[in-house]
Design a protein. Sequence first.
Length: 115
Amino acid sequence: MSLTKTGFLKLTLLILFLGLIVGWLGFGERGFVHLHKMDKERDVYLERIGRLEVEKQSLLDEIKRLQTDREHIESIARREWGLIKDNEILYRFEREREDSSSSQTAENRSRNPPH
């Protein structure tokens, strides 16, 4: 089966036309590459929305506790602002440095063993 000159020209034009269509579908402004990129971007947004919904629910729960739970409010006031009740005494102790105090203590123990 041999192709004539007109048949070869028609086949070439058909292949060229199909190639242009495939190129346009794949790489055009709204092609498959763009569609794939948009799908990935959508997944990122959906994940972010999920995290924000969890954070929103956590904040709504905190608001509810602040509106109804007086003990929760008191614990926040004590922890964050250092507030105390009437007739309470607050003791604050200075912390020794771990570095110098532990090495000095070890030296003192080696020089002066317990009796």
